[in-house]
Design a protein around this ligand. Structure first.
Ligand code: UGA
Length: 439
């Protein structure tokens, strides 16, 4: 079986590489020459645990190319195209439509087009019609997490496939064949219709976002009544009906997809003439969570951060990535700068720091001209001569840092921990003044 994967961006690159590892011949197509050149020389274009080794192992099975016409010899074409949302929260289908329009000039009639992109209900139908109803179109949402995508791809909780209701048995079997490796391992493969598959993806991301938001709200009450939020989360999670994952009360969720997919789901409710209640609130509460954390800082300093230098640990939206999209740290930075604080930043991922530096140039001129942002060389270097430390990352590497040196370095011995990563007893025993999310 020959497979093409269109766009090699983020987790979709993993799709291409893993299918090659399973033994398929893959065409991996992208519009960017420089990306394709890098991939051909085994250089990962995204940060993913284990990707470089996997690339080396599978390169002989992958043809990285910018030439779309090579899809013609494929049995299956995975369409993995970016679907952002516009300012009205509607999913912007421009890129996927464009990709389908390009394909329709090239395709014969029997290549199966599998849509991996997160798309609202009826998009698969729309793409089918756009392709002159010639080629089978299948919805196959992905559930990979950034940075852990290789691990997730290897051990998925389920595989969801949405077909048109009158799809031929032959085509269904062809798609099931691609995922035989998983069904043989007793991983559930769901065969359903297009809209059900489309909705499962939005419901999954929105449910996880709701779970996070729920615990974030509980943390606000925990703060008031001095209940230990970490204990609340872990003992709540021991109930097998609730489950321990995604119950960390932090500064709110960021990219990659929760903010976008929650907003799109709200829009889909509206489009279908329905009122939205829970998910609209999830988005609102999440947006306010970073401010809730910020208030802990402003309450301590009576909103006067003039002349304060803040050591800010971490800028990306999650550990080991360079991905700054909707990172809560960036929202925090903007707010702190407005209060005239000077910021020293460090991140273990040097690419994330470079991206942050570029981002800082996009800030308004008055901010750039008047308030310095310092990019530090190390965690300890960042804390040198800073007044206090703000942490926005759950990277366990920080636990190996020498906090007695941090104490020497900081002018005030104050830490605001937005990811509750430090051990509260230990850090308080070191005589730090320690603030976190939830008591
Ligand atoms: C998420 C989903 O987990 C994937 O299943 C899905 O495929 C992907 O979106 C997507 O649609 O592309 P991802 O955004 O990469 O994956 O990362 P997560 O690990 O889910 O974390 C998302 C955000 O939630 C992060 O900002 C994280 O800090 C936050 N989070 C996570 C919490 O605030 N609390 C938690 O307990 C867990």
């Amino acid at each position: 079986m020959k497979i093409s994967v269109i766009w090699t961006w983020y987790v979709w690159l993993i799709q291409a590489v893993w299918l090659a590892k399973i033994g398929y011949e893959i065409n991996a197509i992208d519009i960017f020459e420089d990306k394709i050149e890098k991939l051909k020389s085994w250089v990962p274009t995204i940060f993913e645990n284990g990707l470089e080794d996997l690339l080396k192992e599978t390169l002989s099975n992958i043809n990285f190319t910018t030439d779309k016409s090579c899809v013609v010899w494929s049995d299956i074409i995975f369409l993995c195209v970016w679907t952002p949302q516009d300012e009205t929260w509607k999913t912007d289908l421009t890129y996927i439509k464009q990709a389908a329009n390009d394909l329709k000039q090239i395709l014969k009639w029997d290549e199966i087009v599998v849509i991996k992109s997160t798309v609202p209900a009826w998009t698969n139908k729309m793409i089918y019609e756009l392709l002159w109803e010639k080629n089978p179109v299948v919805s196959n949402p992905e559930f990979l997490r950034e940075w852990l995508a290789i691990e997730d791809f290897f051990a998925p909780d389920r595989i969801v496939l949405g077909f048109k209701t009158w799809e031929s048995e032959e085509n269904i079997l062809k798609v099931l064949e691609v995922y035989k490796y998983f069904s043989e391992k007793n991983i559930n493969v769901l065969k359903t219709n297009w809209q059900t598959a489309e909705l499962i993806k939005y419901a999954a991301n929105s449910f996880l976002a709701t779970k996070i938001t729920f615990i974030n709200e509980i943390a606000r009450l925990a703060d008031k009544i001095w209940a230990d939020i970490k204990d609340v989360s872990s003992w709540l999670g021991l109930d097998s009906r609730i489950w321990e994952k995604f119950l960390n009360a932090w500064i709110g969720y960021g990219w990659s997809c929760f903010p976008k997919d929650v907003k799109s789901l709200v829009h889909q409710f509206g489009e279908n003439g329905l009122e939205w209640w829970i998910i609209k609130k999830v988005d609102e509460v999440n947006e306010s969570q970073v401010n809730y954390f910020l208030e802990k800082i402003t309450a301590k300093y009576s909103k006067d951060l003039h002349w304060k230098t803040i050591a800010l640990f971490w800028v990306a939206f999650k550990p080991d990535t360079d991905d700054l999209r909707e990172s809560r740290a960036l929202i925090l930075v903007k707010e702190l700068l407005k209060m005239w604080a000077t910021i020293k930043v460090f991140d273990y991922n040097s690419q994330a720091l470079e991206n942050f530096e570029k981002y800082s140039y996009s800030l308004s001129t008055w901010i750039r001209n008047f308030i310095p942002i310092v990019i530090s060389k190390s965690f300890l270097d960042m804390t040198k001569n800073a007044d206090f430390l703000v942490m926005t990352l759950e990277d366990k590497k920080v636990l190996a840092e020498d906090f007695s040196k941090v104490k020497e370095n900081l002018k005030e011995k104050v830490i605001f921990d937005g990811k509750n990563i430090l051990d509260k007893k230990e850090i308080k025993n070191m005589w730090f003044e320690y603030y976190w999310v939830g008591y």
